[in-house]
Design a protein around this ligand. Structure first.
Ligand code: PXG
Length: 290
């Protein structure tokens, strides 16, 4: 397997980073998780735009242009002969000294891993997922804005540990004042009375690329859609709940905190949107040839 590291394609065991890299020492950096479907990089432009916004938010000057990054991604996919892949694109502050000062990091580190993807087990797409509410709250936007896809994922990892301890795969994260924000690696939607609802990202959630795609599909199909502040009561009493993310795509949720959602089976609108999303992954992105 070849890894792109600072301008070169190197073997996996040679893809090594300094212990003085601030990405490792402080989680100081940004990243993207992107999927390819049969040689089509899904919504690549949107992922690259979000990466640049994340970098800008942490005052990290990108060492490559958007075009150069896209070329590097395609070069890595080709080197590994991957048609269906998961791409991890990471930019760290780079090598510095001990101490927070980002000015000591002269050159950002850029690496790209392309590999096969690990989704939730297939049974969860058919039967639906069981999740819990995390006791760990989502970061305050005024402290570390969840809109920034930074390398600092401890907030999410603590909530993921909550999920694992409850014997589930995912957890809902609430804002400090108990509004539903998102899950540890997915956005959340509910369906109630034929309306599709999701929390506004400004309360403290990542503006998911899959979330945006689903909103676009709903609007195109004439499904009433609103961004709305949601409490757990709204989620518990919803007819349908589903999660969206690059790795998960659209996954139904049928139990939350031991409560049954709707009739306990994946919902009709969820399945319809899943079909439409599948169709989108065949056309919406940047193509490459192996
Ligand atoms: N919220 C959070 C906190 C995320 O990390 C999403 C929502 C969904 O966003 P996208 O743009 O993917 O629709 C994410 C994305 C992983 C992994 O390796 C995590 C994500 C994406 C891909 C892989 O766990 N998170």
């Amino acid at each position: 397997m070849k890894i792109y590291l600072n301008g070169k394609l190197v073997d996996k065991d040679k893809a090594i980073i300094s212990v003085f890299d601030h990405g490792l020492l402080y989680g100081d950096g940004v990243f993207e998780g992107i999927r390819t479907y049969d040689c089509l990089i899904f919504r690549l432009k949107e992922h690259i735009d979000r990466l640049f916004k994340s970098a800008d938010a942490i005052e990290l000057k990108m060492p490559m242009t958007k075009i150069e990054l896209i070329e590097a991604i395609i070069k890595t996919l080709k080197a590994n002969r991957l048609k269906d892949a998961y791409i991890r694109l990471v930019i760290t502050r780079g090598v510095g000294d001990l101490g927070l000062d980002p000015r000591k990091c002269r050159h950002p580190t850029v690496f790209i891993i392309t590999d096969y993807i690990v989704l939730y087990p297939k049974k969860f797409y058919q039967k639906g997922l069981e999740i819990v509410t995390a006791t760990t709250k989502r970061n305050l936007p005024q402290a570390l804005n969840p809109k920034i896809k930074s390398l600092n994922y401890l907030n999410n990892i603590l909530a993921k540990i909550d999920a694992i301890k409850s014997g589930t795969e995912e957890a809902i994260m609430l804002t400090y004042n108990d509004y539903v924000a998102e899950c540890t690696g997915d956005n959340i939607f509910i369906v109630n009375g034929g309306e599709l609802l999701t929390p506004p990202v400004d309360i403290g959630a990542l503006e998911g690329i899959t979330r945006d795609a689903v909103i676009g599909l709903a609007k195109k199909s004439g499904i009433p859609f609103y961004e709305k502040l949601l409490k757990m009561e709204d989620v518990y009493s919803a007819n349908e709940v589903f999660l969206t993310g690059t790795a998960a795509e659209i996954i139904p949720v049928v139990r939350i905190d031991e409560r049954r959602i709707g009739n306990g089976k994946p919902g009709g609108l969820t399945l319809r949107l899943r079909e439409q999303f599948k169709a989108l992954t065949k056309i919406d992105g940047v193509r490459y040839a192996l």
